[in-house]
Design a protein around this ligand. Structure first.
Ligand SMILES: NC(=O)c1ccc[n+]([C@@H]2O[C@H](COP(=O)([O-])OP(=O)(O)OC[C@H]3O[C@@H](n4cnc5c(N)ncnc54)[C@H](OP(=O)(O)O)[C@@H]3O)[C@@H](O)[C@H]2O)c1
Length: 337
């Protein structure tokens, strides 16, 4: 196909509320020798996009200033140094930014095939959260078969990925949610138990569910006072993975309890990781997790769709916290497929 010079993309006009997301005409991005150019069908909306829009999460040097960290679509051009991909391939990809657009250039190591039977919007909802959870909970914290994992924000993007990845790898996830609808969703994804944090004591319930032993791993996006709960809810040798701090950037940590229980607390953000690290995560997803996604019985994360031009409405919906699963933007190309 002829690649146009211009495209529609959603830009952040000024740091602020959803109204600062504005569809604009932009140049179609150049692609380097190690990149593929993807004609975007759908782009997932993630917590970090909201932080970037508010001015709290600047793109790393050299990355696109446009929001959007994951897409699905069709490869329309390839750099000379790419391997294993062809023009016309339907793919999903972790981007380095710029996903809220009709075209995006992505390093080929961050591109994955669409799982068999998945729609393009469903596939667009996977990369950002699955790369994050694979890097932190699996590769760094060494999640293993038989472990028990406490998952906060279990009905959201990160939490849902943590439940499903834990389940695929033979671990058991306990999901923390705010209401019964979200508990039902987390259970459908594979959680063996849920805790409604608005009416149940998280620590007491974890200890009851684990015969007083505590959990082997915690995936936390809450921070603040939740850190103390996470430490008390951890088994000997436990590992708490911190990927966000929605309720507070600082915590009162009992170092004695950390020592006595031989705990690890690690933190990470995905976006500044090197292309080599992101490619290594992609390889791990392809080999260890993707076979399960092609199973007809695999429950795909729920998606709520918005047109790309309505990105502001999509962010408003995300901020109400009434959604389960992922919010996804669909381009005119994606809507026509
Ligand atoms: N470190 C990284 O590399 C990385 C990568 C991706 C995302 N993140 C971060 O992880 C967080 C979750 O992202 P996401 O895409 O999963 O978001 P999401 O889909 O909106 O899910 C967030 C979940 O957390 C729950 N929650 C509990 N307390 C909350 C609070 N104070 N504010 C907002 N939600 C709260 C929400 O449900 P209830 O309100 O019903 O409990 C919701 O289910 C974001 O802060 C994001 O920036 C970090």
């Amino acid at each position: 196909m002829n690649i146009p010079l211009h495209m529609t993309a959603v830009a952040i006009t000024t740091p602020g509320g959803p109204e600062s997301l504005e569809p604009r005409t932009e140049l179609v991005p150049d692609w380097g020798p190690g990149d593929v150019l993807i004609r975007v069908a759908a782009a997932g909306v993630n917590g970090p996009d909201l932080a970037q829009r508010r001015g709290h999460y600047a793109p790393p040097p050299g990355a696109s200033p446009l929001p959007g960290l994951e897409v699905s679509g069709e490869i329309v051009a390839l750099g000379d140094a790419t391997t294993g991909l062809a023009i016309g391939d339907q793919v999903m990809a972790l981007t380095n930014g710029g996903g809220y657009a009709e075209y995006v250039a992505v390093p080929f190591g961050q591109v994955l095939p669409i799982p068999a039977g998945w729609t393009l919007p469903e596939a667009a909802a996977l990369p950002e959260t699955w790369f994050t959870v694979t890097q932190t909970l699996v590769m760094r914290a060494g999640l293993e078969r038989g472990m028990t994992v406490l998952v906060h924000g279990a009905s959201g993007g990160i939490g849902g990925a943590a439940i499903q990845i834990s389940t695929i790898l033979g671990a058991s996830a306990i999901g923390v949610v705010s209401n019964a609808t979200k508990a039902h969703y987390a259970t459908r994804l594979g959680a063996i138990a849920t805790i409604e944090r608005t009416s149940q004591d998280i620590l007491a319930t974890v200890l009851a569910l684990t015969d007083g032993r505590g959990v082997d791993r915690v995936l936390d996006i809450i921070g603040g006072t939740m850190t103390e709960t996470n430490i008390k809810a951890s088994a000997i040798g436990g590992h708490i993975v911190q990927v966000s701090t929605l309720e507070g950037p600082s915590a009162n940590v009992s170092l004695r309890m950390m020592m006595a229980r031989q705990l690890t607390l690690s933190g990470s953000t995905l976006r500044p990781q090197t292309p080599a690290t992101k490619a290594a995560i992609a390889t791990r997803i392809r080999t260890d997790l993707m076979p399960a996604l092609a199973d007809a019985n695999f429950v795909r994360p729920g998606t709520t769709l918005f047109p790309l031009a309505d990105a502001a409405a999509a962010h408003r919906a995300m901020e109400t916290r009434s959604h389960t699963g992922k919010i996804v933007l669909v381009t005119p190309f994606g809507a026509a497929r």
